[in-house]
Design a binder for this molecule. Sequence first.
Ligand code: RNT
Ligand code: ZN
Length: 422
Amino acid sequence: MNKKELTEKAYAIAREQYASIGIDTDIAIKNMDDITVSLHCWQGDDVGGFEVPDAALSGGGIQATGNYPGKARSIAELKSDLENVLTLLPGKYRLNLHASYGDFQGEFVDRDQIEPKHFQSWIDWCKKLGLGMDFNPTFFSHPKAEAGFTLSSKNEEIRKFWVEHLKRCRKISAEIGRQLGTPCIMNIWIPDGSKDIPVDRNQHRVILKKSLDEALSIEYPKEYMKDALESKLFGIGAESMTVGSQEFYLGYAIRNNKLICLDNGHFHPTEQVGDKISACLLFVDELLLHLTRPIRWDSDHAVTLNEDIQLIISEVIRNNFLSRVNIGLDFFDASINRLGAYVIGSRSVKKAFMFAFLEPTSQLKKLEENGQLFERLALLEELKTKPFGAVWDYYCLKSGVPVSEDYITEIQDYERVVLSKR
Ligand code: RNT
Ligand code: ZN
């Protein structure tokens, strides 16, 4: 039997097995059409960006570790890599671009000078590929971020510089959304924080609020762009205090009707981001997710299908939150084939959605409401070994992308033909 026949046969059996617990696998597959994942440009080049002169990732406690050969060194290479990645992924995607990835044509354009024209070639590329686009101001890897404070800096010249950067990024985002006909989610993450115990936490937060108030004062139509705010617990070199903490941004987002970005690497290791979704969505209209895999710290390993990711995704599906949750990835592993990291991470997120769609949620809820807690746990546990993989494989087959591990050889081929020549 060839792979296609085997996949179809396994699916036919899986379909019956799921039907016996009241789940229609065809509907689950159909539901996958609604899932769009935003692919972060920065996995392709270890958060390097394409500014002139070339700046390496620095500041803010984010680190890409590893030196696997073949990283993208230009916009053309990154586009080619992403195009290849997209042929290996089922379903819909967007591009998530950092401001430092602008098309500056060999010219030095400082962050307070960037304009929509520097991103036009990316917009055109997204249009050609049918991708929506998201955006991020870049508050790190810059001399004016070296002192550890940007929007919350007590140095007025530095603060003003970053406020201008943010204003320009919002304008660029609105132009992106206008041209592509889908709102651009613009995420604000700043590295501001302190290595050692600060005395004046308050003033930095007062300044951050003032900077945000200034930069966000212009209203853009929601159909063009939406602002999201990303908190963080700590970073390497900013262990003692982060200005943009969860309380700070949650408060700011609620008062100003902004999106909260939840990055699952930005909390205490035992906190469950999946548990935060229903709480936040009572008070903010929308969320942005930065899906990653922290190991002991915010290490940004490629996402795998683990319980943390599953809870996040299941909470979205169980509660019908899909239209209010924007799904983005945020990992950067430089120790393995970078396209491989994209494919593993993106597929794992999509798998988590499919798993959530294959859950008999109302049955589980009924058990819970009846106090049948042994039965609830038993069913949850049994779901883990249902033939989920057969449904996933069939979905990949139907989507015209490699089934199960077949993408490995595709990536090896690309590495041999393209990456090894870099
Ligand atoms: C850093 C944040 C932030 C970045 C990107 C590159 O801890 O997670 O989202 O990873 O902006
Ligand atoms: Zn993040």
